[in-house]
Write a protein that binds this ligand. Structure first.
Ligand code: PSV
Ligand code: MN
Length: 426
């Protein structure tokens, strides 16, 4: 299914004049305070977030999977779904594939389909956290960290194969997330596991094309509950440094223990030029995969403040690769992704409102109260008219979620794919 531009424009008709009034009002207010509104709106319009191919079906839990009707059953259908999201939001212009769940059969056709949907291929993700069909070696006791050389070699080769697949699609980065770790004290030797991982990553790095990046993701626990080999940003940073200048740390918001100061991690990594990738989601406890901004929107805003600061002040850091990493059990995944995209745009817009020069002056004066006021004034601004304006500029929907419902997209997908189609993936 493809949404026609006219349908989206029709759905905008009802709200466009109220939007105009709201936008003008806010724009006048902000201009009086020295904000360059057209520049800010352009930044929002330019901000694109990749959608992972595994987020389009109903996510599983350890206890059950409640399928969502009309799920995309093939890579082609996943690309079409991201195309629909992008047509409505104009913020989802990239797709991130997971190998082996999404190996293309016909590369030319897949590339064409992506182009037709105005999508590019973002980072490719390897998978050594599951045993693959017909694989000779098992990852039961780890992959890149495994004590056995043959297992490590299989995992290294898989990552190299994934790079090959990504090259044929135009991807420019490989994301490695390892489930490796131990479930029980004494199960493995920490130093051996870390050294094996470092050496394996170096071999993968050696196979990386010159214009590619390697993103190393970290996570404190799960699926192993005693220790994870790449448990935190420090370990990832150390491994990235050991590999070389094309290797970076990837921050996933759900991969921290409760109350970790993620904004400080972001800031440190950008100062050191090592924040390569960023996965959005939200959580209450751990890697909950909740909708972005649904639990801790102020924390997201503080993180965006550091991202904006880093993008403006740290030329040593490359422009990060943004992706949503969430997978749900009970919401329509497309609706959930639209909610996440909206939350990301809002947090970004609010962070862009912070007057960094004013904040620095207040910090110099040690005016702690004013520092807080500056942040909170930006946070309390209702920036939704700016976000809507950015979407309108690019031909998207004023209200993507409502347009999705009124255009009966899910109903059309169910008609096309049937009720019981199941997405490959988690
Ligand atoms: C598992 O925690 C995870 O969500 C990681 O964040 C990866 O990015 C993703 O799975 C897919 O490999
Ligand atoms: Mn992730």
């Amino acid at each position: 299914m493809k949404l026609k531009k006219e349908h989206i424009q029709d759905s905008n008709k009802k709200g466009v004049s109220i939007h105009g009034e709201e936008f003008d009002f806010l724009s006048n207010q902000l201009t009086k305070h020295g904000v360059d509104v057209p520049k800010l709106v352009q930044k929002l319009a330019d901000f694109q977030v990749a959608i992972p191919s595994w987020a389009l079906g109903a996510g599983g839990t350890r206890f059950g999977r409640f399928s969502f009707y009309g799920e995309p059953a093939s890579l082609e259908q996943k690309i079409e779904d991201v195309g629909l999201l992008h047509a409505l939001t104009k913020t989802a212009g990239a797709i991130s594939l997971h190998i082996p769940w999404d190996i293309p059969e016909d590369y030319g056709a897949i590339r064409q389909l992506a182009t037709a949907n105005e999508l590019i291929f973002d980072a490719v993700n390897s998978n050594t956290f599951q045993d693959q069909k017909n694989a000779e070696q098992s990852y039961r006791y780890g992959s890149l960290s495994n004590r056995s050389k043959v297992v490590r070699e299989q995992a290294i080769q898989h990552n190299i194969d994934v790079i090959g697949i990504g090259e044929k699609l135009g991807s420019k980065s490989l994301t490695v997330w390892l489930a490796d770790g131990a479930n029980f004290p004494g199960q493995h030797n920490f130093q051996t596991a870390l050294l094996n991982t470092e050496n394996s990553l170096k071999e993968i790095y050696a196979a990386l094309p010159d214009d590619w990046k390697l993103f190393i993701e970290y996570k404190p626990y799960e699926p192993n509950f005693y220790s994870t080999v790449i448990q935190d940003w420090g370990t990832s940073f150390m491994l990235a440094n050991a590999c070389g200048e094309k290797a970076y740390t990837l921050v996933d918001l759900g991969h921290h223990l409760p109350n970790t100061n993620i904004e400080q991690i972001v800031s440190t990594l950008m100062l050191k030029g090592k924040l390569g990738g960023f996965h959005f989601n939200d959580s209450k406890y751990g890697d909950d995969d909740s909708t972005v901004g649904s639990v801790k929107p102020y924390a997201l805003f503080l993180i965006f403040n550091e991202l904006v600061y880093g993008m403006e002040h740290n030329p040593q850091n490359p422009y990060p690769a943004w992706m949503i990493d969430a997978s749900h059990n009970i919401k329509d995944p497309m609706e959930d992704l639209m909610q996440s995209l909206e939350a990301i745009q809002e947090a970004y817009a609010k962070a862009l409102l912070i007057d960094q020069a004013e904040l620095m002056a207040a910090q110099r004066e040690n005016d702690v109260v004013l520092c807080q006021e500056i942040l909170q004034n930006a946070y309390r601004t209702d920036v939704r008219p700016l976000v809507r304006q950015a979407r309108l500029l690019k031909g998207g929907a004023l209200n993507p979620l409502m347009a999705y419902r009124s255009l009966q997209v899910r109903e059309a997908l169910i008609k096309e794919r049937g009720k019981h189609s199941i997405a490959t993936g988690l």
